[in-house]
Design a protein around this ligand. Sequence first.
Ligand code: NAP
Ligand code: ZN
Length: 348
Amino acid sequence: MKQIQAYGTEDKNAKLKPLTIERRELLENDVDIDILFCGVCHSDIHSAHNDWGGTKYPLVPGHEIVGRVTKVGNAVKKYKEGDLVGVGCMVDSCQDCNSCAEDLEQYCENGMVGTYNGKDKHTGKQTFGGYSTSIVVKEEFVLSIPENLEIKAVAPLLCAGITSFSPLNHWKIKKGDKVGVIGLGGLGHMGIKFAHAMGAETIMITTSPNKAESAKDLGADSVLISTNGEDMTKQNGTFDFLLNTVPVKHDINPYIQLLKRDATMVLVGAIEPLEPMNGGQLILGRKRVAGSLIGGIKETQEMLDFCGKHNIVSDIEMIDMQEINTAFERVTSNDVKYRFVIDMKSLK
Ligand code: NAP
Ligand code: ZN
């Protein structure tokens, strides 16, 4: 085991602080990565505060990791020292079940191993995330990063990017579709960029009128303020697809009303009970409410290649590791445009 520096928390009410953690020795299929940048996802905050239950402490968050390969195991074929690589929300899965066979490791029937707060299959110990100087990951869960992109702005693609790309891709969003993205945060701003790049008429649906101008700069054709009931009603029955990134319990009924017959709203944000849904809203228009979890490794690579081709990265604000507690507070109070990224030099 190798000891490295990290930032994490030992209790749901405690602030993040410097910790020393262990990384496993390199196995034959492993890649050792020197972490350059790590994005700050709202899920890091939910996990640190144990909002979903199940957090084990100490917790070292971080699943939007970009770095350079420093060493590879004897059997590694795809990567070599110096390669620019990424790691997202998963570092392992059974690679044997139906979901894994279909490149959907995020839905592994035996449970995927989270980049943090998971259980390492080799050591039996807890996994620690990217708020750290280096990470050891099995080759199959390492992504290749297009070298033409701005590296630090690539980090959020590993979670915010794939989580918004995957539903748009799965529901085959195409030119001419009217797509609404609900919530302009880390996931939402990537949803706007992807829906726009896929040719859809893209509408930002936000609670924050002050974000309207920047939503248009990101690629939104127009902006709908969800707290304005009259404007919402005017748009009822007009959307082909909605991507809902709202991170907390909320009333989804006004959004369902926006859908056309047979159209779908995909939830990616609120991993918790919602306000009661009116069944009539769905029944009377054969509408659907679905969910989606990140994306598989193959699809994540496709998303990164799509970004390389269309020159898409995240809009970011850089921070040092020592500023993480303020960053957590600012994400929670809806004050970031649109993703914090930690410069890991600050921890080395
Ligand atoms: P974020 O940066 O905080 O953005 C969330 C946005 O939702 C906010 O900017 C705000 O946008 C809107 N919002 C916040 N509170 C709201 C409320 N009470 N009612 C309506 N809108 C509200 O968060 P994020 O990093 O994008 O993550 C979003 C959620 O997705 C989190 O819960 C995260 O844990 C989850 N997540 C899920 C997956 C998955 O695989 N499904 C992956 C990653 C993250 P406006 O100001 O525009 O309204
Ligand atoms: Zn995330």
